[in-house]
Design a protein around this ligand. Structure first.
Ligand SMILES: [Zn+2]
Length: 323
């Protein structure tokens, strides 16, 4: 008997409905948890996603792609299989996928966090028989400090840099982290500039009615006034493309869960760091598994071996999945 969902080289597959969740290759029918590039790939024939994710898919994958926007909790039935999306709290529009057939329920989380950040919404626990969870930070060393304190430290870092005439540069991914940082920083300190890739995503969300703060867009070549009091937010990979060449003095910081250990080489390329993550930490992963009520847990993305072993020690039927 085939299982309701299978882990294949193309992605998580539901044979009965002939569709994939976050497919890794080109497929006919894709259900997308969120628009980060390792979950939403170009070329599939049709994409189903939350209505706030769909405009980002069009921005990133092409205006002409075929899409179907759905609300959280809206039920889509394909060949008797019931699909619905539920808040994952990871980035704006991110979703867990609930799949039900003949009384059996699976949940595929995509990326998620339990902490409410005012922007991505609250993670919704969904009861299920089989829980497929990410484990990006699935080690006990990853436990996030309270975010209000971290944001206070980040604002203090900017104020100190400003007093010393140094531009503050924060690295954050253009979808998710950048918007969260914009919501978090104290904009009375000075002007805020963002990389154009970030501003494009900001504008996509503003058009959906989400009040992303208005900020300046960074130019790659033009020097601007008051740069020494500014905060600049750019994606980590933009650093090497000369975006800061016209900034005389600056200090850099990563806003990332990896800063909890600082043992990743790319983290060392910054002057400082702030532990702000859009993923669940160790306690959050364990809490999500508990809240699911599932006895069977499949662990993907990240520390799959370690987290699934831990879950087995706690009595779960847990397996790492590297597909
Ligand atoms: Zn993600």
């Amino acid at each position: 008997m085939t299982r309701l969902l299978e882990f294949t080289s193309r992605g998580v597959y539901c044979a009965r409905a002939d569709c994939y969740i976050d497919p890794k290759r080109v497929v006919d029918h894709a259900i997308i948890t969120h628009a980060h590039s390792d979950h939403a790939r170009r070329g599939s024939k049709h994409y189903l996603a939350h209505r706030l994710t769909v405009p980002v898919l069009h921005h990133r994958l092409g205006k002409k792609i075929s899409t179907q926007p759905v609300e959280y909790g809206e039920e889509i039935i394909i060949n008797g299989v019931r699909f619905s999306l539920h808040p994952a709290g990871h980035v704006i529009g991110s979703a867990q996928v609930r799949v039900e057939f003949a009384g059996e329920v699976w949940v595929v989380t995509g990326d998620y966090k339990l902490e409410h950040d005012m922007l991505a919404g609250s993670f919704e626990p969904v009861r299920c028989d089989v829980f497929c969870t990410e484990s990006t930070f699935g080690l006990p060393v990853y436990r996030w400090p309270e975010s209000a304190g971290v944001i206070g430290d980040m604002n203090e870092w900017w104020r100190k840099n400003k007093q010393n005439g140094i531009t503050s540069v924060l690295f954050g991914y253009s979808l998710g982290k950048a918007q969260r940082l914009l919501y978090s920083v104290d904009q009375t300190t000075g002007p805020v500039y963002v990389h154009p890739a970030i501003e494009q995503i900001n504008e996509v969300f503003r058009q959906q009615g989400i009040p992303i703060p208005k900020v300046h867009t960074l130019s790659g070549s033009t020097a601007v006034n008051n740069m020494e009091s500014a905060l600049v937010i750019i994606p980590p990979n933009a650093m090497k493309n000369g975006w800061l060449d016209h900034v005389p003095r600056y200090s850099t910081a990563y806003a990332s869960g990896w800063m909890a250990t600082q043992n990743i080489s790319w983290v060392r390329n910054a002057d400082t760091g702030f532990v702000i993550s859009d993923h669940a930490d160790w306690d959050g992963l364990n809490e999500a598994v508990r809240l699911s009520g599932a006895e069977t847990v499949y662990v993907t993305h990240g520390f799959t071996e370690q987290f699934s072993r831990w879950l087995r020690e706690q009595g779960y039927d847990a397996l790492p999945i590297d597909y």
